[in-house]
Design a protein around this ligand. Structure first.
Ligand SMILES: NC(=O)C1=CN([C@@H]2O[C@H](COP(=O)(O)OP(=O)(O)OC[C@H]3O[C@@H](n4cnc5c(N)ncnc54)[C@H](OP(=O)(O)O)[C@@H]3O)[C@@H](O)[C@H]2O)C=CC1
Ligand SMILES: CC(C)CCC[C@@H](C)[C@H]1CC[C@H]2C3=C(CC[C@]12C)[C@@]1(C)CCC(=O)[C@@H](C)[C@@H]1CC3
Length: 327
């Protein structure tokens, strides 16, 4: 039977590299690029069809940061397909990032330098804003829109005698201290990205608890540090060009500097090949690249607990009711 794969944020970076790798793996699958910008989506589709001329590549308009768009995209999916086998929740934003130079320089001369380059913990802040649904934009895009999409696609993901995989592109920047149950949207802090990624780790755990019995399995991935539009937005372009040799040098000391989108998509691709029942719901699957350029996937236990994940799950269900009431 034809496998249906949906990838959000598929028009660039890790999402596009994943699509390329999936088609190389299985040219018979039906790939659906779920993107907010249809011009960029069309360009991505053309690029994929150039390397895989007989592939089935569909486009779906989805602004994951807009409740209305998520609801209508989910309806469109139900009209087009009979099931969904893989749902890659990859779209993500990090608006107006700022590097804390003091922490960076202090970190460079500390024993924590490798950890700092792997996670950027405490190094990055962002400036968030409220979107047209009245939600914090980073929360809405990186977490809530994707959660709503899963909820709307539940019948397609939970088919009798079949399993489905939901795969979140999280990050090693996900940090417990950045997340608070009292402020799940991170209105009051300066690390909405870290908070939203930690929340996705929690929600993945809760989804497994609630949905495994219906055949839905959720996993989280960290692609490592990858040069994409998202990372290019952190520092001026000329500065990245200047420090690029240093980035390749750092790769000799930490396997988390995967750098290319192809390498970054390693764990996302690896999960496509696994039986979802055999995965660990408490592990994050990391794309890693050795100093010699060898790609591999490694699970690492996450710093998450059941009660916090359950409370966040309930809070998102409540928020779902609230936003639907307001429509
Ligand atoms: N690069 C890195 O080092 C790391 C990245 N990640 C995560 O990987 C994921 C992919 O990012 P990456 O490839 O790096 O960056 P890119 O900016 O290249 O890709 C992000 C994708 O998400 C899409 N997107 C953003 N907002 C929305 C929205 N509201 N609706 C639909 N699509 C949207 C973008 O579309 P558009 O072109 O329209 O903007 C783009 O296709 C993100 O979740 C990011 O957090 C995690 C760890 C490290
Ligand atoms: C002097 C140095 C060579 C300058 C580079 C410093 C920083 C700009 C980078 C160091 C660690 C990087 C990093 C990310 C962004 C760029 C850095 C802060 C991420 C936060 C990008 C997005 C993610 O989700 C993380 C996994 C990355 C972690 C490392």
């Amino acid at each position: 039977m034809e496998r249906i794969v949906i990838v959000t944020g598929a028009n660039s970076g890790i999402g596009l590299a994943l699509c390329e790798r999936l088609l190389t793996q299985d040219s018979a699958l039906r790939l659906c690029l779920a993107c907010r910008n249809m011009q960029r989506a069309e360009a991505a589709r053309s690029a994929l069809l150039t390397s895989h001329p007989s592939a089935h590549v569909d486009l779906l308009h989805l602004d994951v940061g807009s409740v209305r768009s998520v609801l209508s995209a989910a309806q469109e999916v139900q009209a087009r397909y009979s099931k969904v086998d893989y749902l890659y929740l990859n779209a993500g934003i990090m608006p107006n990032p700022q590097v804390d130079l003091k922490t960076l320089f202090k970190g460079l001369f500390s024993r924590n330098v490798v950890h700092m380059f792997a996670t950027a913990e405490g190094l990055l802040t962002q400036q968030d804003r409220v979107n047209s649904d009245g939600l914090q934009e980073v929360f809405a895009t990186n977490l809530f829109g994707h959660f709503l999409l899963i909820r709307e696609l539940e019948p397609m993901l939970c088919q009798a005698d079949l399993t489905s995989s939901v795969i979140w592109t999280s990050s090693s920047n996900a940090c417990r201290s950045a997340f608070s149950l009292e402020d799940i949207q991170h209105k009051d802090g300066k690390e909405p990205y870290s908070s939203s990624k930690y929340a996705s780790d929690l929600i993945s755990l809760a989804l497994n608890r609630h949905m495994n019995s219906q055949g839905l399995y959720s996993s989280v991935v960290c692609p490592g540090m990858v040069m994409t539009n998202l990372t290019y937005g952190i520092l001026p372009h000329f500065f990245w060009t200047l420090i690029m040799p240093i980035m390749w040098l750092i790769r000799l000391f930490t396997n988390t500097f995967t750098i290319t989108p192809y390498n970054g998509a390693e764990a996302l691709h690896w999960l496509f090949l696994q039986k979802p029942q055999c995965l660990d719901p408490r592990s994050k699957y990391h794309s890693l690249t050795s100093g010699f350029g060898k790609n591999y996937t490694q699970p690492q236990k996450m710093d998450i607990d059941d009660s916090l994940s359950e409370e966040l799950y309930s809070a998102l269900i409540e928020l779902e009711k609230e936003v639907k009431r307001k429509l």
